[in-house]
Design a protein around this ligand. Sequence first.
Ligand code: ATP
Ligand code: ZN
Length: 224
Amino acid sequence: DTTSGPRLKIAMQKSGRLSDDTLSLLQASGVRFNLQSAKLIAHAEGWPIDLLRVRDDDIPGLVMDGVVDLGIVGENVLEEVRLERLQTGSPADYQALRSLDFGHCRLSIATRLEEHGSAALEGRRIATTYPYLLRDWLRREGLNASPVVLTGSVEVAPRAGLADAICDLVSTGATLEANGLREQQVIFRSQAQLIGRPGDLSQGQQATLDRILRRLDGVQQARE
Ligand code: ATP
Ligand code: ZN
């Protein structure tokens, strides 16, 4: 019986670039919600599933701390939070369940138009919202540069004299161009992922998850 016992909790982005595609995918898989825009939690119609709508940055931690069972989030945010948690000693385990083929973007280093090559980054300041992913890449490249953390307006940092380069998400490159920046190097490629935790689901929750995964696979095959 999947209708009694603990419900399956899924965290998704409340409003942003992943929200519409997340809801469409759930809906195409037969999971419908009566969304009231102000509410944090929505209950699925006919499924033992609760949807939690939060900021995307909170989703990996909610899964890793066992507060929710599943999350739909960009791999960029997922890996940033995982690296941060590894360094601070917080739980950082999750299980990648499905790549969802939306929310595609790349995290790239960009500099003023006249500069070239990653050697030009040595000793420079790089503005970013992703200091852990950036530090990890710098370490692998053997470069010494300093991340400057900005949670917004990263692309104006060089013009404002706050940094020499940026490390930011790019999908088309139009924003970079508008700010006189050139993409130099892709450091991470991302799309949306469905994640969970290994183990600790009840039998009923596991049965619900299996049903969702079968339907998701059907939807994704039909889209190919
Ligand atoms: P929140 O209020 O939930 O924190 P946000 O402003 O951090 O939202 P969005 O701009 O909505 O986030 O982006 C959410 C995710 O969408 C990104 O983390 C990334 O995985 C994906 N994404 C896809 N294309 C882009 C893009 N061009 N720029 C930024 N993010 C993109
Ligand atoms: Zn965010």
